[in-house]
Design a protein around this ligand. Structure first.
Ligand code: SF4
Length: 233
């Protein structure tokens, strides 16, 4: 993670202070009124989503959506990717970063799905993490988004927002994930990943968070909130 990811340099809120139970409830209640909790990656099947998550590493969802629209006209099953082969896949995804590594990862996943899972994407974290190149965060995204399981994928945005606001305090994504799992009210848990990602992407941004337009500003414990613009600024 970079300094921007961890919030270093942008402050991380009062060290150790955590939002109370009612504040956590109010926090997600407010976000739920302003955010539609959905993935910005386009997908139809769990396989689409899993491979889109692999493609999205260090790339924007928008750039991934640009290439998957065409890719998915040609590839619907693991066999289709394997038939395309490394050269064909590289050609199809070369507009995004790390395309060669990503092509190899996709082929490795498709081989494993064919050999061990009957061409289906598994729906347990243990099985997903057994696929080549699939870590805890990616597995949690697939479990949450494709299979609607109440798990918490902690990416750069979730990590920053949680630490800044006092929803959770942790030095690692795993620490933050465990705290969020305990502290997010049960009725918001399944959608919490999207609420926090989208809030971090568009409002509680790494640099100059838009505090004046933030629906949870009255609850957030961040000490260095961005002041509202004045007539002179
Ligand atoms: S007030 Fe809102 S935008 Fe500002 S730091 Fe807190 S959560 Fe982020």
């Amino acid at each position: 993670m970079t300094a921007a990811d961890t919030g270093k340099g942008q402050g991380t809120g009062r060290p150790g202070a955590l939002l109370g139970r009612e504040a956590c409830e109010g926090f997600f209640e407010a976000l739920s009124k302003h955010i539609t909790p959905r993935s910005e990656l386009r997908w139809t099947t769990p396989l689409d989503l899993l491979l889109a998550v692999v493609l999205s590493a260090q790339s924007t969802d928008r750039s991934v959506n640009r290439i998957t629209a065409d890719l998915w006209r040609r590839c619907r099953e693991p066999e289709d990717y394997l038939a395309l082969g490394e050269d064909g896949l590289v050609e199809a995804i070369r507009s995004i970063g790390l395309f060669r590594n990503k092509a190899r990862a996709i082929l490795g996943i498709c081989r494993a799905l064919r050999e061990r899972f009957g061409n289906r994407v598994p729906d347990t974290r243990e099985e997903l993490e057994s696929l080549p190149g699939v870590g805890r965060k990616s597995a949690n995204v697939v479990l949450n988004v494709a299979f609607r399981q109440p798990v918490m994928a902690v990416d750069t945005h979730v990590f920053r927002v949680a630490n800044r606001t006092g929803l959770a305090r942790g030095k690692t994504p795993l620490e933050v994930e465990r705290q969020l799992m305990q502290r997010v009210p049960a009725r918001f848990l399944t959608d919490a990943h999207h609420y926090l990602i989208l809030h971090g992407r568009y409002t509680c941004t790494a640099r100059r968070p838009r505090c004046a337009a933030c629906p949870v500003a009255d609850l957030c414990l961040f000490d260095d909130k961005t002041p509202a613009p004045t007539a002179e600024t």
